[in-house]
Design a protein around this ligand. Structure first.
Ligand SMILES: Cc1cc2nc3c(=O)[nH]c(=O)nc-3n(C[C@H](O)[C@H](O)[C@H](O)COP(=O)(O)OP(=O)(O)OC[C@H]3O[C@@H](n4cnc5c(N)ncnc54)[C@H](O)[C@@H]3O)c2cc1C
Length: 410
């Protein structure tokens, strides 16, 4: 196994960080009043205020112009097709350097791996139809959301109730989607709906994906759902009331939508794990620095054995998670699907980040709770990451099932 990062990837990551340092961070600083106080970020209804939306659009489009935004998208979609090894390296670097709570960086300079941008799920859209939308998405002008979860169906995706029924030469979709990232702002939605209730009930298919224009009649975002102490959010509830979609806007064959959706989710898990490694390194760096300067009982707290253990346990956690991420990425780069392995990595890395954030707050004492260093925000973000793209329990379910089938490559 060779985890060496090639020089092109190193150059790419350096270029991305330079772009953020030189263009995005100054933009954040110039708008400090907006970004430092949540009350200024969101409207009453939980949506970003127009100034924030415009700044995010500006950064997205500049990132696309410089070739960063679409770098990990498949070449057939117009991306650069940088592979999985490059992706985990860049995610780690990005999160290590900037940490959490950067509203112009996280999911802006690079889109979420499958819910936005030139998502791998778009490979299943009719090429001529895709060509019509490609430029808007690639340039960062237009954004997407991925509508699978519903009020009564999260982990159990076969339980979705949103229906798509044939009507003339197209389809009519009705239902409610919940927890949908970027729904309040998206121009297009990848919507998954039941087209054959019997097959869906038997868990044998019966779900189809559709590419929907969110400005079409019947598509509304009924509310935004603030989570984990935020005053607003990127996630929302989508109501589809008899939304008409042309048949050529299907995402793949009728009845095969769930496998297309889940292949997107699978691709996102490793990327999330890599971001956890980076963010954990960011939090540990802060703790190490603080342990050297904060003094109690006549010496730096880093000289107390109990504090050293907090630091060492975090380093052990990060080293393990990083090696898991790299090993899994390498396997995927060799052509393995690594389904169970990716689940192990997602569960371990997200839970590892929770432990590291918690220890880093502990090392900082009250300062850690104050959010002066953004640790408190990081702690909340870490807790959040254990739910989307499959909860820790669902990852373990995948691992156990693979083990019982004799299909887990340890
Ligand atoms: C920040 C955020 C962003 C999200 N973005 C999107 C998005 O863009 N698009 C989208 O479609 N969805 C999105 N989601 C939804 C997310 O995918 C679901 O929340 C997740 O799949 C869990 O579903 P649930 O919340 O309905 O929990 P449930 O499925 O109801 O689970 C509840 C609890 O039961 C456990 N559980 C369920 N089944 C089992 C089992 N078989 N064995 C053991 N334990 C089990 C779960 O682990 C959990 O602890 C997002 C969620 C969050 C928090």
């Amino acid at each position: 196994m060779d985890f060496e990062i090639d020089s092109d990837t190193v150059l790419f990551a350096d270029g991305l960080l330079r772009f953020i340092d030189q263009e995005v961070v100054p933009l954040e600083q110039a708008n400090r009043a907006l970004f430092e106080n949540e009350r200024n970020l969101y409207q009453e209804d939980g949506r970003f205020v127009p100034e924030v939306r415009e700044l995010r659009r500006k950064v997205r489009m500049r990132s696309a112009e410089l070739g960063f935004y679409g770098a990990f998208a498949a070449e057939e979609l117009g991306g650069l097709g940088l592979g999985v090894l490059a992706n985990v390296h860049v995610q780690e670097q990005l999160n290590h350097r900037y940490g959490p709570a950067r509203k112009l960086i996280q999911t802006v300079v690079l889109p979420s791996p499958f819910t936005n941008g030139l998502s791998p799920v778009l490979r299943h859209l009719d090429p001529e139809v895709f060509a019509h939308y490609q430029e808007g998405i690639a340039s960062g002008e237009k954004t997407l959301c991925f509508c699978l979860s519903e009020p009564d169906a999260g982990s159990d995706a076969f339980a979705i109730k949103t229906r798509a029924e044939r009507s003339g030469d197209g389809w009519v979709i009705s239902g409610t989607k919940q927890w949908i990232t970027n729904a309040p702002y998206a121009d297009y939605a990848m919507v998954f709906a039941v087209t054959d209730p019997e097959l869906a009930q038997q868990r044998k298919g019966g779900i189809t994906g559709f590419f929907v224009d969110t400005s079409d009649p019947g598509f509304t975002v009924s509310s935004v759902i603030p989570t984990m102490g935020h005053l607003g959010a990127e996630i929302g509830v989508v109501v589809l009331d008899q939304v008409r979609v042309a048949d050529d806007h299907r995402l793949g064959p009728v009845g095969e939508g769930l496998s297309k959706a889940l292949s997107g989710v699978h691709a996102g898990r490793l990327s999330m794990a890599a971001s956890c490694v980076g963010m954990a390194r960011w939090a540990l760096d802060l703790a190490v620095d603080y342990a050297k300067v904060r003094r109690t009982f006549g010496k730096p707290i880093g000289e107390h054995q109990a504090v050293q253990q907090l630091l060492a346990d975090s380093a052990i956690d990060i080293y393990a998670a990083k090696n898991m991420v790299q090993n899994c990425a390498w396997r995927i780069a060799q052509g393995e699907r690594a389904i169970a392995e990716t689940s192990m990595v997602k569960a371990f890395a997200t839970e590892m980040l929770n432990r590291v954030m918690d220890r880093s707050i502990q090392v900082h004492g009250a300062v850690g709770l104050s959010n002066a260093l953004r640790l408190e925000e990081g702690y909340r973000l870490a807790r959040q990451m254990r739910i989307p793209d499959g909860t820790g329990e669902i990852q373990r379910r995948m691992v156990a099932r693979a083990l019982l089938r004799g299909n887990c490559n340890l």
